[in-house]
Design a protein around this ligand. Structure first.
Ligand code: HEM
Length: 383
């Protein structure tokens, strides 16, 4: 449970949590209202999390669609990659995801004592995003370190020299690597998203290097970090609820409902940020122009006004709880892909696995204002 969020929802649904101007928004309706109004609540707020002024290096992701408010500019760019995440493309990808899930299941069952993040939750989405983008499999383990470093900058203070130096090294390394990928695809196009983006035209114009780099950073970070946590949280909740695991094994048609409840109960994007472009009010609270809002999706999805007994994990709720993927123009581009990865992973793993047991009480959580999940998940996987 998140008792502090329950307190905020009850007493102070729009609360100033930092004198510098950060406000926490904790009720479902208020979060939804802000997400629906990009003119007043700008995605520029995410900049505070993505590239705080003391980071010392612009984050190439800032040039990407997730930061854009102008529906025309956003729609034109998003339109370029929509198709890669549509039903036809996903149906083509499914057998590949199943093959990777089978390989990983064999591996975790033969080892039995595993770190579920390193041995399953990470390699599956890394291989999916790597395949989509046409990247080298040897580098898949590095992707996670990269996206961890990129999202960790959101919790830094100006004096955090080590974390900030690591962030800058990672931005440089990713930029260099992705520039090489772009140069290679320019010379020899392949069947991948980088080649597709290189050949795309908007009103006759090719994408600028900045737009292209922004896209690739966004896809690598947004496509990986979040899905790793969806799979990791799923395994953790199955270890905590053996009755649920038994029900899913008996009836695999329940898997989608289980995933929706995991997304509601422990959304990988715990909060997102918005900036007030004008003086305004939310839930009766005056917000001066320039205020930054942390929209606490994790709190909204447990809001008693929205769902009864929200701190209880239950397979019998009626979903889907789409807000875990955002709402409105920035609704997650990869939602259907992430749901498919989760479904296929469990369809493959569960018939072969009778129980998951936690091997240590202490869990190490990642560092981030926006994305939340465990770094490692020591589990025993029983056949
Ligand atoms: C946007 C969540 C997986 C790509 C978002 C947003 C959320 C989200 C909440 C909206 C952020 C905002 O409005 O501030 C998730 C979760 C995932 C997941 C919980 C997994 C369980 C993926 C995957 C991809 C992806 C697999 C791609 C490979 C994107 C992109 C955007 C986005 C490109 C920006 C869309 C736009 O600005 O129009 N995601 N995501 N996500 N997500 Fe995901």
């Amino acid at each position: 449970p998140y008792p502090f969020y329950a307190e905020l929802r009850r007493d102070s649904p729009v609360a100033q949590v930092d004198p510098g101007g950060l406000w926490a928004v904790s009720r479902y309706e208020d979060i939804l209202g802000a997400l629906k109004n990009p003119k007043l609540f700008s995605s520029a707020g995410l900049r505070l999390a993505a590239e705080p002024p003391w980071a010392g290096r612009p984050n190439p992701m800032s040039a990407s669609i997730i930061f854009m408010d102008d529906p025309k500019q956003h729609g034109r760019l998003r339109g370029l990659i929509n198709r890669a995440f549509g039903p036809t493309a996903l149906a083509r990808l499914e057998p590949r995801i199943r093959a990777v899930a089978e390989e990983l299941t064999t591996r975790v069952l033969s080892r039995r004592q595993v770190d579920f993040v390193e041995d399953f939750a990470l390699p599956l989405p890394a291989s999916v995003i790597g395949t989509l983008m046409g990247l080298e499999p040897e580098l898949y383990p590095r992707f996670k370190q990269w996206s961890d470093d990129i999202v960790a900058v959101s919790v830094t203070q100006p004096g955090d020299t080590e974390l900030l130096a690591q962030y800058r090294r990672t931005v440089d390394e990713m930029e260099q690597y992705l520039s090489e990928v772009i140069a290679r695809r320019r010379k020899t196009p392949g069947d991948d998203m980088v080649s597709d983006l290189l050949s795309s035209r908007i009103e006759g114009e090719a994408l600028t290097d900045k737009d292209l780099m922004g896209f690739l950073f966004l896809l690598l970070v947004a496509g990986l970090e979040t899905t790793v946590h969806l799979l990791g949280n799923s395994a953790r909740l199955l270890a905590e609820h053996p009755d649920v695991l038994a029900r899913l094994r008996a009836d695999r048609a329940l898997i989608p409902a289980f995933l929706e409840e995991v997304l509601r109960f422990e959304p990988p994007v715990h909060s997102t940020m918005r900036l007030c472009t004008e003086d305004t009010t939310l839930a009766g609270v005056s917000l001066p122009r320039g205020s930054v809002l942390a929209l606490l999706l994790a709190s909204g999805l447990r809001d008693e006004r929205y769902c009864a007994d929200g701190d209880r994990f239950s397979l019998d709720r009626k979903g889907p709880h789409n807000m875990a993927f955002g709402h409105g123009m920035h609704f997650c581009l990869g939602a259907a892909l992430a749901r498919m990865e989760g479904r296929v992973a469990l369809e493959v793993l569960l018939p072969q696995c009778s129980a998951l047991a936690r091997r240590s009480e202490a869990l190490e959580w990642n560092l981030s204002m926006t994305v939340r999940g465990v770094r490692a998940l020591p589990l025993e996987v029983r056949p």
